[in-house]
Design a protein around this ligand. Structure first.
Ligand code: NAD
Length: 508
């Protein structure tokens, strides 16, 4: 973050690889200047009306209310539970209620003591950073999370410019979202903030302008709200479905999109294993983050015979040396409505361990699939793996990178490792433009070819072995000496982006 401990910002840190690669390819100075900062930084506010909620009293505050008679508040769905322990109080809860309240506190048998907190207007800071569009419409996810900042979104937007170039999809780079804890709001409130976000952005987005997708804290349901808000009232609304990707298959989404990022991660690991004459079958894997990306990667790896031996998320860590039953863990985290925080914590089929111990679990592959800056220097020192496959965006700090290199631990950098998501987003967008629906097998076959082709180009640049084979052509990318894989990936991205400026020139 700008000025964190007086040190450089995330953005400056993340641009270090950009500058290194730009030097190596002797990038045109003006192009470099164009790419150093985003095209546009949109910062705005979104307001919604929130509902009244019942917030649990802290243990220390309960004593004066112990004598409060129990209240019978509505039934079933009239009290909507939130992941932070509060309940949304729908008015229908009071229709047949028998309530005793003192100083705003009520006692609900079986649930505890709650203070009634009035709803009302709330304001959230929102962002959309459009980094570069020279290769096509801006493209990038929407993150709803309590710890977001301009600096973070600038970093993630620039990453999308590099990633779309590496994936060879005709898009630019963008990212955005909102400073909000989605676990503290109801489904209806999340719908309202999503609609309002698009209401404010409407003139800045579009299938040929800027195309959001899911990221941390957002999903297909949020994409559906966004599409509705954008297309509502438009005469040609069917032609505008490509305004967001990551939609449900039944409303214009693509088969294979939900798992695409995890699938791309696995294709990269597969290639890495093949080059070392080993195999995913029997490999031991630790995974951080069990959301969209982490759970999909785990499921695919397990189906290929890997053993997922430990999983860490925002609320806990589980470990089973013989391998966790991934299908059961997915059921526990994502299909059990009682698991409101969607966490692995409490999973009965494994043993809880600390986050510290998680990093030191003996394994072959570590898949960080949560947030950024998790693999710091000290964490990299603890790791006992051969490969870090970066499913998350920016999971390794600069110091972490140095330690991994010194310890001989391989890295598959995020801009190729998690590019499966944006690749299938492009297929979704294409299907939307053509009003087509491809089969899952068709999507997956294209994805596999695309990821493996670009993985091979990056590998050749890293080894300084440019070549043309039946499946890929890495000539025209290498810099005349071997480089680390992260720099190689950036070189490929920059050469592809720079070509547009060099061939098309600049309007003045
Ligand atoms: P998600 O919201 O579905 O899941 C996030 C997971 O990370 C959850 O399991 C959460 O508990 C965990 N987590 C959050 N904070 C944590 C912490 N401090 N420590 C440990 N775990 C923590 O998000 P997602 O869509 O799966 O995205 C995960 C990562 O992959 C992000 O970095 C995202 O930018 C990247 N990514 C996602 C996509 C996509 O298609 N969804 C594409 C490319 C990259």
């Amino acid at each position: 973050m700008a000025g964190r401990n007086g040190k450089s910002s995330f953005y400056e840190d993340s641009m270090e690889t950009f500058h290194r690669a730009a030097e190596l390819i002797r990038m045109d100075r003006r192009v470099r200047m164009e790419l150093e900062e985003p095209d546009f930084e949109h910062i705005f506010h979104v307001t919604i009306d929130t509902r009244d909620r019942l917030v649990p009293l802290a243990e220390n505050d309960v004593q004066p209310f112990r004598d409060l008679p129990p209240s019978g508040v509505g039934a079933g769905d009239a009290l909507e539970p939130l992941a932070d322990g509060a309940f949304i109080l729908h008015r229908r809860a009071l229709l047949s209620a028998d309530v005793t309240m003192r100083q705003g506190v009520i006692n609900i048998p079986g649930k505890g003591y709650f203070r009634l907190e009035r709803g009302g207007p709330r304001k959230f800071k929102a962002y959309r950073i459009q980094h570069n569009q020279v290769r096509g419409p801006y493209k990038g996810g929407v993150r709803f999370h309590k710890d977001v900042s301009l600096d973070l979104f600038k970093t993630l937007a620039a990453d999308m410019t590099w990633k779309t170039a590496i994936a060879e999809v005709p898009f630019g780079g963008a990212k955005g979202g909102m400073k909000i804890d989605p676990f503290a709001y109801s489904r209806e409130e999340m719908e309202h903030v999503s609609l309002r976000y698009v209401y404010k952005l409407k003139n800045l987005m579009g299938p040929f302008r800027d195309i959001p997708a899911p990221d941390v804290g957002t999903n297909g349901a949020i994409m559906a709200y966004m599409m509705r808000q954008y297309t509502d009232g438009e005469r040609d609304h069917h032609a505008l479905r490509g305004v967001v990707t990551g939609k449900d298959v039944r409303i214009g989404g693509s088969e294979g999109r939900v798992k695409a990022t995890g699938q791309g991660v696995v294709h990269c690991i597969e290639e890495w294993a093949r080059e070392r004459s080993t195999s995913i079958s029997g490999a031991r894997v630790i995974i951080q983050g069990f959301g969209n990306v982490g759970a999909a990667a785990a499921e695919i790896l397990a189906a290929m015979g890997a053993h997922v031996v430990a999983v860490n998320d925002a609320h806990g860590t589980v470990h089973r040396d013989g391998g966790i039953d991934v299908a059961a863990l997915i059921q526990y985290v994502h299909q059990d409505p009682r698991n409101l925080r969607r966490t692995v914590a409490g999973f009965p089929g494994a043993t809880p361990i600390s986050k510290e111990d998680f990093w030191a679990v003996d394994a072959d592959v570590c898949v960080p699939a949560a947030l950024g800056e998790e693999i710091t220097g000290p964490v990299a020192e603890r790791l006992r793996v051969k490969l870090v496959a970066e499913a998350a965006n920016g999971p390794t700090t600069r110091e972490g990178d140095r330690v991994l290199a010194a310890r001989g631990i391989d890295v598959i950098p995020d801009i190729i490792c998690n590019a499966g998501g944006v690749t299938v987003s492009y297929y979704e967008w294409l299907q939307n433009q053509r009003l087509e629906q491809w089969t899952e097998a068709e999507v997956n076959a294209r994805l596999e070819r695309a990821i493996k082709r670009n993985y091979a180009v990056i590998r050749d640049v890293a080894r300084d072995r440019p070549q043309k084979t039946a499946t890929h052509d890495s000539r025209g990318y290498a810099v005349g000496k071997p480089v680390d894989v992260r720099t190689a990936a950036m070189i490929v991205a920059l050469r592809r982006v720079e070509a547009h400026y060099l061939l098309e020139g600049f309007s003045q």
